[in-house]
Design a protein around this ligand. Structure first.
Ligand code: SAM
Length: 330
């Protein structure tokens, strides 16, 4: 994705991750985790539980990791579900920003460990032990169009043969407003040139990776549209907070980013944010479609095939989120 900034270093840094990593971001992730729980109903599907139970039956502790874990909400929920199932697993969370991790006493209490890791750094995966279940949720904002294959292979490298890979992702390109005519302020913010968001069409990309590198792939589809009224209000608050994170990060990175969005000044962007937040307060809901991909790592990799070699995989059309959103707006 080309970025036309006067200060290329600044732009690169900003493009790394466009959401917040402070206390407010943690609060939003707690809210978003609750919404996701409501929407998906089942955290670890029966197939995953059966796999973990079979490992326990051999007298071993199943090993589970969550990459891009943030405050570790998914892992805490997993611990609760596994307690009910009588499964005593090892739980490890990884994230590039340790500031997001929960307080030590909380992680100790549930016996969950947290460590720093960049999903894009291949070498960082080498010393890690292998896992029976690798999980990722909502990480696409941190993955550029050219980085999917590498990130995916890094995760595959720490998955045991026969282990399960589960990836839950928001499809930003398919998000929808409950009333696009009425909520023009939210629409205006999302009509800005947010092409710096490092996304492409998540659905074809992950479907292709799961179907070419794993077996028994399943794809489940969820949406916040199915939630009852209280869930819809939570989703409105979630998106209002996420919009603020996006705007704050843009302003933090200065004039070049504000100009890239197509605006004259940071004040103009702040003004638009205020109006959008008002829309969210008054009933606007920006709905999140979410997919969950699950697959099993083959016990034997086909002869002559390097699992890291993606050269033979089908090419995907990478339209970019802004482009998709623009199409949706017309
Ligand atoms: C939207 S949050 C999702 C957090 C968590 N998975 C959840 O569902 O609540 C994205 C997370 O990815 C982390 N992150 C961003 N870039 C990363 C990278 N390159 N490697 C690992 N984690 C990263 C962020 O710090 C943040 O915690």
């Amino acid at each position: 994705m080309s970025l036309e900034f006067s200060n290329a270093e600044e732009a690169k840094d900003y493009a790394e991750y466009t959401l917040g990593v402070d206390d407010d971001a943690v609060k939003r992730l707690v809210l978003q985790s609750g919404i996701t729980r409501e929407m998906m109903k089942v955290l670890l599907p029966e197939k995953v539980i059966a796999h973990l139970r079979a490992i326990s039956a051999k007298g071993e502790r199943p090993r589970i990791t969550d990459i891009g874990t943030g405050p570790g909400n998914w892992l805490f929920d997993v611990r609760a579900q596994l307690k009910e199932e009588g499964i005593n697993a090892i739980l490890d969370g990884y994230d590039l920003y340790p500031a997001m991790f929960p307080p030590e006493e909380k992680s100790k209490l549930e016996d969950i460990s947290f460590s720093e890791l960049n999903i894009h750094t291949k070498e960082a995966f080498v010393p890690l032990e292998k896992y029976d279940l690798v999980h990722i949720r909502y990480l696409s904002a941190a993955i550029g169009p050219e980085q999917w294959d590498g990130a995916f292979d890094n995760c595959m490298s720490i998955l045991k043969p026969g282990g399960i890979f589960m990836w839950e992702e928001l499809l930003l390109e398919k998000m929808s407003l409950n009333d696009p005519v009425k909520w023009s302020n939210v629409l205006a913010v999302f009509k800005l040139n947010w092409s710096i968001l490092r996304r492409n069409d998540v659905d074809p990309k992950l479907s292709s990776l799961f179907s070419t590198k794993l077996e028994e792939m399943t794809k489940e589809e969820f949406t916040t549209q199915s939630l009852p009224e209280k869930g819809q209000r939570m989703q409105a608050a979630n998106m209002s907070m996420a919009t603020k994170e996006l705007v704050d990060r843009a302003i933090e990175h200065g004039e070049a980013v504000v100009k890239h969005l197509g605006l004259e000044s940071a004040e103009q962007l702040q003004g638009m944010l205020k109006l959008a937040q008002q829309d969210f307060k008054e009933g606007c809901v920006l709905h999140m479609p979410v997919n969950r991909w699950t697959g099993v790592k083959p016990l034997v990799i086909a002869a002559g095939r390097d699992p890291g070699d993606t050269s033979g995989d089908p090419e995907n059309v990478q339209t970019g989120w802004a482009e998709a959103f623009r199409k949706w707006l017309c």
